[in-house]
Design a protein around this ligand. Structure first.
Ligand SMILES: [Zn+2]
Length: 368
């Protein structure tokens, strides 16, 4: 077994009805929580994927309110925003200094304020990851604020909170969850712990996503999807991702499309591109065996070949009415720029095979 390291939230509280424990858990960390929420609920509202300006605004409100901890209740946007506010409020200087790619990428000096994450979607797994994805409209990219210190003190995952999600959100966030158990499993930084999480996550996402989409009130299906999403967060934070998330950063930075919807549209083509490149240039790669294992789980067929997995996922995206990328205004002339930016994205570093510029371009082209 190769040596590895694994880090996650200080505590994970999982299960239907666990949301009721929030107040008593929060009181262990502070007396003046700064509440970050999505479109609904009271608190600091995060209605879009966070930007640098939104985080600066949140830090100011946190300091003005004399707060001593952050609680984020919402989808990945609210959780990423809350996580970044807790970190930025505790550290001097401007946020840009600490950002990757467009900033100085300076490590955090001070330990962030205590942060509690309560997801209301089943997709990003952000409740257990150590980074916040933040958009810079000025630079036209999304980058990460990243530090092991940013892990939530507590993640409270109550599947009942996801019951009211509309089918389209269930579909796109659920396919993000599926992507986040597939990419870390085949990536070059996989470890024995993340492998187990990914295999169980793929099983649960495949079995429960169609059910949760058809009947939002199916408690078992919601439970299964929250579980898959949590496993994806654990896996991606401790292994890596790949080409689908490599493209999600520049596409999300330039176009007004939700992260889950982008990953959902790209996943079949991303899998196909990797499988084809591996067959052509690295046919002995263990990643091909891993794609075969994924195909067997997804299709339930022990004789499935790697390509069958991609085909199954494509069928699922059709069943779940996932929109192609052109629905968000992406067209052919954007391809070279997106491919070039994706090649430099941090997620690309763990892709199981190096893709040529032509192969990269084809991934988006066939997802249009
Ligand atoms: Zn994702």
């Amino acid at each position: 077994m190769p040596p590895f390291e694994f880090a996650t939230a200080g505590r994970i509280v999982f299960g239907a009805g666990t949301f009721a424990q929030l107040d008593s858990i929060a009181s262990q960390f502070g007396s003046k929580p700064f509440l970050v929420t999505g479109k609904r609920g009271s608190g600091f509202h995060v209605t879009h994927e966070p930007t640098i300006d939104l985080i600066r605004e949140g830090v100011e409100a946190f300091r003005d309110g004399g707060c001593d901890m952050v609680i984020a209740i919402g989808g990945g946007s609210a959780i990423d925003a809350g996580k970044a506010i807790a970190a930025a409020a505790a550290n001097p200087g401007d946020l840009l200094e600490y950002l990757e790619v467009i900033g100085k990428g300076r490590p955090l000096d001070a330990v962030p304020y205590p942060f509690i994450a309560v997801p209301t979607t089943a997709g990003t797994g952000s409740e257990v990851t150590r980074n916040s994805v933040i958009g810079s409209p000025e630079h036209g990219v999304k980058v990460s604020l990243r530090s092991p210190l940013m892990l939530a003190r507590v993640a409270i995952i109550d599947p009942d909170l996801t019951r009211s999600l509309p089918p389209a959100v269930t579909a796109s966030t659920g396919l993000d969850a599926l992507t986040q158990v597939i990419e870390p499993y085949v990536c070059s930084r996989a470890n024995p712990m993340t492998d187990n999480f990914c295999l169980d996550g793929i099983r649960h996402a495949a079995a429960n996503l169609p059910r949760a989409y058809c009947n939002g009130d199916d408690g078992d299906a919601r439970n299964g999807m929250c579980w898959a999403s949590l496993l994806g967060g654990l896996a991606l934070a401790n292994a890596g991702l790949g080409v689908v998330h490599g493209f999600a950063a520049p596409i999300g930075g330039k176009f007004d499309a939700p992260h889950g919807a982008i990953c959902a549209a790209l996943l079949p083509a991303g899998m196909r591109a990797n499988i084809r490149a591996l067959r052509e240039r690295d046919p002995e790669s263990p990643a091909l065996d891993r794609y075969r294992a994924i195909a067997r789980i997804l299709t339930g067929d022990q004789n499935a070949i790697p390509e069958d997995g991609a085909q199954w996922v494509e069928g699922l995206t059709r069943q779940l009415a996932i929109l192609p990328l052109r629905a968000y205004g992406i067209c052919n002339r954007d391809l070279p720029e997106l491919a070039e930016k994706a090649a430099r994205a941090s997620s690309m570093k763990a892709n199981p095979v190096a893709l040529t510029p032509a192969e990269m371009t084809a991934v988006v082209e066939s997802s249009l």
